[in-house]
Write a protein that binds this ligand. Sequence first.
Ligand SMILES: Cc1cc2nc3c(=O)[nH]c(=O)nc-3n(C[C@H](O)[C@H](O)[C@H](O)COP(=O)(O)OP(=O)(O)OC[C@H]3O[C@@H](n4cnc5c(N)ncnc54)[C@H](O)[C@@H]3O)c2cc1C
Length: 479
Amino acid sequence: MPIISGEDFIRRIGAMKPTIWLNGQKVKERLPDHPEFNGILNSQRLLYDIQNKPELKDIMTFQSETTGDIIGTSYLIPRNKEDLVKRRHMIQTWAKETGGLMGRSPDYMNTALTAFASSAHLLEGKEGCFPERLQAFYENARQRDLSFTHTFINPQNNRSTLAYLDENTLNARIVDRTSEGIMVRGAKLLATQGGITDELLVFSTPSTRDISEAYMFSIPTDTKGLSFVCRQSFLTSQSSYNSPLASRLEEMDSIIIFDSVVVPWERVFIYDNPYAVSDLYRDSAFIPLNLHQAVSRQIIKLELLIGVAESLVRSLAIAEYHHVQEKIASMIKGLRTAQALLFYAEEKGEEQDGVYLPHRDTLYMAVNLFQEHYPKYTEMVQHLGASGMISIPSEEDFQSQMGNDLRYYLQANSLNGEERVALFRLAWELTMSSFGTRQTQFERFFFGDPVRVTQTIYQTYSFEEEMELVKKFLRDEEQ
Ligand SMILES: Cc1cc2nc3c(=O)[nH]c(=O)nc-3n(C[C@H](O)[C@H](O)[C@H](O)COP(=O)(O)OP(=O)(O)OC[C@H]3O[C@@H](n4cnc5c(N)ncnc54)[C@H](O)[C@@H]3O)c2cc1C
C-alpha cells in the first residue's frame, strides 16, 4: 500500500474507539469531530496531504526496496549522507506547515521506529528480545503509513537514586506472561497526542533495573484496558484570529494507565531484559536520528520566533534601540548556530552497521543549547511586545460596535488595529499563553531533562585532542 492521504488518516483515526478521558468525561465523539481534537487532527491531515504532492515526491517519499511501494521519507533508513539530507528536507517541509510547533508531527515517532528497527541486530541472541518482530513491525508500519505516539517515562513519585528499592511502584510493569503475550499494569507518562494516533510505542526508561519494568512493545491506541487521561486543554478559542496557534496545534498530553493490558507476543520486542533496553537506547540509531529530527524542526520554530519578534519591532518602530537589536541578533545567532551544528553533524556523520548516522555529540549540543535558549527567546519577545502583549481584544470585540474605535486606536505603523492585534495575539499565544508556556516546557524537556543532557555531553566527550594539547606544553623543551 502506498503512502496515505490526509483523508485516509482522518478516516482511520475516526474509526478508532480509544478510551480517552477529558475534563472528567469519557470522550464519546468520533475524534475528528471532537472540538478539542479536530484542530490538531486537521493539521495532521494537511501534513499527509503534503506527502502526496507530486512536486514534493522526491523529498517526501522513497520507493520501498522490499515491496516497490511509495513510502514516506520519515520511514527512510539513511544509508548515506544524501539520504540524511533528504530526511532533513522532509522534516523541514513538514515543520514549515506547523511553524515547528507540532512536537509529534508524524516524522518524530516514525524516525524513532525506523531508528530502532535499523538497530534491531543489537537485540540478536539476547534473552527476551525479538529483533525479527521489531523489523517486521517496522515494515508493516511503513507499508500502512501508521502514526505513533510514545511513552517512556515513569510516574514522578520518586526520583531519588534509591527509587529502585521502592516496593510500591506505580510504574507500568509486566504482571503476567502467558501463551498469548505479556500483561501490563500500572502507569506511564507522558504521551503527547496520546489517544489520537494509530499506535502507542511503549519503552522502558533506559535506567530501569527491575526486569518486570524492562520492555518495548507497540499497541493500537484502542487496545482494551488502555486509558489516556488528558490534561486540561489549552484551546481557548476555535477562532483562528483569537487563537492562531492552539486552534490548529493544541496537541494535548496525556497520562497513560494500563489496566491489565494484554500485549500479544508479535508486538513484544523486548521483555524482562533491562540490559537490552539500555543497550538499545544508548547504542541504537535512536538518539542520533531523533536528535537530527528535533534540531531540523527547532530551526524552523526559531525562524518563526524571529519573524514574530522582528514584526513586533517593525510595528512598534523600535528598531533603532540598542537592546532591541541585541535581542533580535541573539536569536539570529542561535539560529545560525543551530544550522551550523546541524550541517556539521550531517557532514561528520558515519556509517554504522549500514546506517549513515549524523554526529551525535554535535546534535546533543544543539538540542541542549535550544533547551537553554528557547525560554530566553520567548522572554525577549515578551519584553519587545510590552503592553501590546496584553492589549489584545478578541475577534468578537472587532465585530462589535467598538470595532471601528479599536481599529483606529490600536493601529501601529502600517497596520490597522485589527491587523496589529492579530500579530500581537500570535506573539502572545507563542510566548505567554498556556499553549505558549507549554511549548517552552516541551522544548526544555521533550528530549530529556536538560540537566542530565548537559551531564551526558560532559561524560561522553572524549577530551583526547584537548589533553594532547596540554601535554605538549608540559613536555621538556629539549624533547
Ligand atoms: C510538554 C511535554 C511533552 C512530553 N511528551 C512526552 C511524550 O510524548 N512521550 C514521553 O515519553 N515523554 C514525554 N515527555 C516527558 C519528558 O521526556 C520528560 O519530561 C523528561 O524526560 C524529564 O523527565 P521528568 O519530567 O520525569 O522529570 P524528572 O526526572 O522527574 O525531573 C524533575 C526534576 O528533578 C531533577 N532530577 C531528577 N532526577 C535527577 C538526576 N538523576 N540528576 C539530576 N537532577 C535530577 C530534574 O533536573 C528536574 O528538575 C514530555 C514532557 C513535556 C514537558
